[in-house]
Design a protein around this ligand. Structure first.
Ligand SMILES: Cc1ncc(COP(=O)(O)O)c(C=O)c1O
Length: 405
């Protein structure tokens, strides 16, 4: 593709694509490892990994091979029958996490829908249909379908889509607020171990285990949204592992497919009867192709010790971000995060979108979360030299921003 062809394609996109995204005028045409190329041949260091998705980087040979081999054999059968990669993926995930059952879908928001339906149906089956509310948290993000959106605690995503009923929002980290609302109309508490879209906000120390204690004591379920934090991103397979807490059920997606769409709901044994045959399903969910790719991703994560590596390189990234905060007291406020899910928080007077654009021009791709947090969510196999390269580019861009402040 030439620069002219790229411009023409952007034009077509602006004409025909539904304009619900704010896409810059470039087309990404190729990726390899932690690098992406646009249609004009410009190369970018990828520090966002498709929003914490491409866990092995781009075009990883294992992912390519898994797609090719499974597509040649069997791509789709729907859930009228078992298929081998799906059964084996369910076993792998359950054995690894201690959950009893896995349900598969195609995205994060669908995995959240499965959690919400699981919780309601569980109490319905026990003759407690009045127990249907969910407590979720301010600044949370759980997805865009109506149920997941109802759970999402950010006005910007919800505006104009009401009524969004059945969810009570309380401040993140406020156990007393949860306790005050957790009566016998509440089926579950839904929580991210680190609020990703909210601005990379880790749960305060002790909060997740206190939630576990409270929900158990009051007979409600604890539901974990591990869509952004799961599959090694925080330096453990699940983000909840840092707190030594096992929710009754969790949602996974993003990194699980390494770039191939897949979502999953994992639950404990006591919930295996909550969604009987016919009560929930998905035509594409659990398809052999997605399942085979997810197995390949998990196997490579283990073979290369990528969870330990995410812990190690995450700590290194954390140090380098703290250094940037010290060097740029005008344009930055703080840094935070866990493993390879981290944020450099900008001073609110800085236009975060402009920073992203300057970074893109400098050759590094990042995202903004929560309005002011530059979010770093690179592939789990990122090299320290690539972290250094990214930090140097951010440093230079912030020098420019500082001069304007
Ligand atoms: C914590 C969390 N939950 C749910 C979702 C929704 O996932 P998806 O966009 O795959 O529907 C996201 C996506 O960013 C997320 O970060």
């Amino acid at each position: 593709m030439t620069a002219e062809e790229q411009a023409a394609l952007v034009q077509l996109g602006q004409t025909y694509l539904y304009p619900n995204y704010r896409q810059p005028p470039l087309v990404l045409v190729r990726g390899e490892g932690r690098r992406l190329w646009d249609g004009a041949g410009k190369c970018y260091l990828d520090l966002y990994a498709g929003i914490a998705v491409t866990a092995l980087g781009h075009a990883h040979p294992d992912v390519v091979q898994a797609i090719r081999a499974q597509a040649e054999r069997l791509s789709h059968v729907a859930n009228y029958f078992y298929n081998e990669p799906n059964v084996l993926l369910a076993r792998d995930l359950c054995q690894r996490t201690g959950y009893a059952r896995a349900f598969f879908c195609n995205s994060g928001t669908e995995a959240i829908e499965a959690l919400l339906k699981l919780a309601r149906r569980h109490f319905y089956a026990q003759g407690q249909a009045q127990r249907y509310h969910v407590i979720a948290f301010e600044r949370s993000f759980h997805g865009r379908t109506m149920g997941a959106l109802a759970a999402t605690g950010q006005a910007g995503y919800r505006e104009g889509f009401g009524p969004l009923a059945g969810v009570i929002h309380v401040p993140f980290g406020d156990l007393e607020a949860v306790a005050a609302r957790l009566d016998d109309s509440v089926a579950a508490v839904l929580v991210e171990p680190v609020q990703g879209e909210g601005g990379v906000l880790p749960a305060p120390g002790g909060f997740l285990s206190q939630l576990r204690g409270l929900t158990s004591a009051r007979g409600a379920l604890l539901l974990g949204d591990e869509i952004q934090t799961g599959v090694g991103r925080t330096g453990r397979f699940l983000g909840f592992e840092h707190a030594g807490v096992q929710p009754d059920a969790i949602a996974l997606a993003k990194g699980l497919g390494g770039g191939f769409p897949i979502g999953a709901m994992l639950c404990q044994k006591h919930l295996e009867g909550a969604l009987p045959p016919g009560s929930h399903g998905s035509t594409f969910g659990g398809n052999p192709l997605a399942s085979a790719v997810a197995r390949a991703v998990l196997q490579r994560i283990d073979a290369d010790g990528l969870i330990e590596r995410a812990r190690d390189s995450g700590a290194y990234l954390g140090e380098r971000l703290a250094e940037l905060v010290r060097r740029h007291p005008k344009s930055t406020e703080t840094s935070r995060g866990v493993g390879l899910l981290r944020a450099l928080v900008l001073n609110p007077v800085v236009d975060a979108r402009k920073v992203l654009e300057a970074l893109r021009n400098a050759g590094v791709l990042l995202t903004v979360a929560g309005g002011t947090a530059l979010r770093f969510s690179p592939a789990l196999n990122i090299e320290k030299s690539e972290i250094d390269e990214g930090i140097a580019l951010v440093d230079t861009v912030l020098d420019g921003i500082d001069r304007e402040l």
